[in-house]
Design a protein around this ligand. Sequence first.
Ligand code: CP
Length: 305
Amino acid sequence: MLGKNLIRIRELNAQDITDILDQAEAFMSILDRDIKKVPTLRGKVIVNLFFEPSTRTRTSFELAGKILSADVVNISKSTSSAVKGESFKDTALTIKSLGADMIIVRDSHTGVPELLSRYGPFKVINAGDGSGEHPTQALLDMFTIRRRKGAIEGLDVSIVGDIAHSRVARSNIYALTKLGARVNLVAPPTLIPRFVESLGVNVYHRLEDIYDKTDVLYLLRIQREREKASMFPSLREYATLYGVSQKKLANFDREVLVMHPGPINRGVEISADVADSVSSLIEEQVRNGVVVRMAILFLMARKGD
Ligand code: CP
């Protein structure tokens, strides 16, 4: 159930996810207006606490909060007192004292949003924790797929790339399976987490294996920054075997929609001709991120403490 905090998709059920997507749909008309501003969260203080780099998530949360008339404050690690040795707990207590109603947190360590929630009464939204989860990315992805395909139930969604280090993959696997999609994972064995089949997904190691079972092709970046050792010989070899080009897209037996959470590495997991093609939903995902995050802020602000 959507509770006081949003930390993991794993804790939501299909109805919770659908409620968020429906609310986002209801907010779409605000973005078409000349003046994109409604008073819904006037007087609320939202802190974006980003201890790991971000372009899309941080900016879209900031825009979402501002469109809903909240006061939004951004804190990044490099400009915070964390660089002077302040502990995470003391940073959290400081932000609490400054009157935050909600904190949106990103950190390279799994579990930080949960830890932060202990220092409340503020509400916490996970904007990506290490290799843990990235729930708001999965929600905007569900919204994007539902808008294009009408429904998620019954679709074949193939996730290709660095599944082992990907919080996006984990949150999307939970969201897609809860909503009734069939999920295929494709990667070299070293980039597939052990026991992942227990989540109700199919595992493959060759792109050819999913040519006849894909409606949505969800590509992931190789996260070299999270690898403890090299998981495959070279990026060039990875690109040859798993990178998706227009030539490879032509082998799929259906018209495939291509998605990617960004940032993309052109020429590695996705070729420029695919990234810039009509099959690509990458820019649509980014646009939808604002309205889905508006829905999340709105629904969470209504939740009692
Ligand atoms: N998809 C995503 O989380 O992108 P950013 O790292 O730019 O926020």
